[in-house]
Design a protein around this ligand. Structure first.
Ligand code: WQD
Length: 377
């Protein structure tokens, strides 16, 4: 059984985006459509809203019945629903975001996380293979590095045990996808390790809309700025960092989305002129049609670390609001700092992040202030 070729023009390719109504998924769908790809969003709406799909259409200027974007509601655990997608649409490749992603919740509900994230991906891979689709970009995470030995983190840094079931599912799925290629070299896999995605599309129409009280820093800060929460809780100011608060590599969600398009180009053998096929570290080999098989692993970050207080101050500047905060004890499972070495993505994908922390906060504020209740309003 052969694999579908990605060595075609975007308008001749259809990409299945699981979790495509979510925060990173919706921003990626915008970039795919703007590049001319046809997209099928498959999302169970467990952590997203159908309004986001309408907003994506509004951003790219297509009608609800435009065949370039189809939304199918469903769970990756539902084999029949997935088979229906693969029989209805000429799927050429998959960008796989769908999965539960709350670190703290995963500690309380490990079975649900392993069932949905691991089990759901196994069903997806089995159905995709059944229909000859073996091109997959996987939404992985810097969390697979665990407590890093040294900074910045390169893709060769050792993977340490994840400190929570969520991170464990990412690490295990990386291994599963790698083993799929080892067992069948027609698989074409890219693992994208995100650092800390924040921000929103410049239109303010789509953005991060977490359920309940946000676990992550940026949406929490944004809700303090818009008056929904009273103050920011800074989890520890005694870390070995410049101001004592945790340091992370925050990356604009649009930069992150563009990294996925670059990965599809790379998988289709459409490299920038300055990148020769033979210099790629891709484990596989160039195929006859110019595409490749193998497993590519890339950090998607900015290479710059920002502290919690850097984020608070940048958001005050972006929003014009004073953001009160209180220092609290460290949060269990947190590490002092992590930020990416991004040389490999720049050299091989021809991709690098463009936007700085001020732009991330400006765009996030525009989304939050015009949608104080997220998509609910
Ligand atoms: C960032 C910094 C906190 C909240 C997690 C997942 C990762 C990815 C991104 C899904 C840390 C501090 C936070 C708050 C705070 N998730 N903080 N007050 O933990 O780096 O990464 O989210 O893909 O996989 O591990 O992100 O935003 O929760 O924390 O002081 O209310 O902000 O201690 O230093 P994290 P975060």
């Amino acid at each position: 059984m052969t694999n579908r070729s990605l060595a075609k023009d975007p308008q001749d390719l259809t990409v299945l985006v699981t979790g495509g109504a979510g925060f990173i998924g919706s921003h990626t769908v915008v970039e795919l459509l703007e590049r001319g790809f046809n997209v099928v969003i498959f999302d169970d709406l467990s952590n997203s809203s159908p309004v986001a799909v309408d907003r994506v259409r509004q951003i790219v200027g297509i009608a609800a019945d435009d065949p370039r974007l189809t939304f199918v509601e469903g769970s990756i655990l539902d084999r029949a629903a997935l088979e229906q997608v693969f029989t209805t649409f000429p799927i050429d490749g998959i960008i796989h975001f769908a999965g539960f992603k709350a670190v703290g919740e995963s500690v309380e509900k490990p079975l649900e996380y392993y069932w949905n994230n691991i089990g759901g991906t196994l069903v997806l891979l089995d159905v995709a293979r059944q229909y000859g689709v073996k091109n997959i970009v996987f939404s992985s995470s810097a969390t697979v590095y665990g407590e890093p030995d040294e900074m910045p983190l390169t893709e060769n840094a050792p993977k340490h045990d994840a400190t929570n079931p969520y991170g464990q599912t990412k690490s295990m799925l990386e291994q599963i996808l790698t083993d799929m290629w080892v067992g069948d070299n027609e698989w074409n896999v890219v693992l994208l390790r995100y650092f800390n995605p924040i921000g929103a599309h410049e239109s303010g129409l789509i953005g991060e809309d977490p359920k309940g009280i946000p676990n992550n820093l940026l949406p929490y800060v944004a809700q303090v700025a818009v008056g929904k929460l009273p103050q920011v809780r800074v989890f520890g100011d005694d870390y070995p960092t410049p101001d004592g608060t945790g340091v992370r590599d925050y990356i604009h969600v649009v930069d992150l989305a563009r990294g996925h398009v670059a990965a599809l180009d790379w998988m289709g053998g459409k490299l920038g002129t300055d990148v020769a096929l033979d210099r790629c570290s891709h484990a596989g080999t160039p195929m006859t049609d110019g595409t490749r098989s193998g497993v590519g692993v890339f950090n998607l970050g900015t290479g710059r670390g920002s502290s919690v207080l850097d984020v608070v101050h940048a958001f005050e500047k972006a929003s014009g609001q004073t953001i009160p905060y209180v220092i609290e004890p460290r949060r269990a499972g947190d590490i002092a700092e992590n930020y990416a070495a991004c040389d490999k993505a720049r050299a091989e994908l021809g991709w690098q992040a463009e936007y700085d922390l001020d732009r991330m906060c400006t765009d996030s504020w525009r989304w939050q202030s015009t949608n104080p209740n997220g998509y609910a309003s």
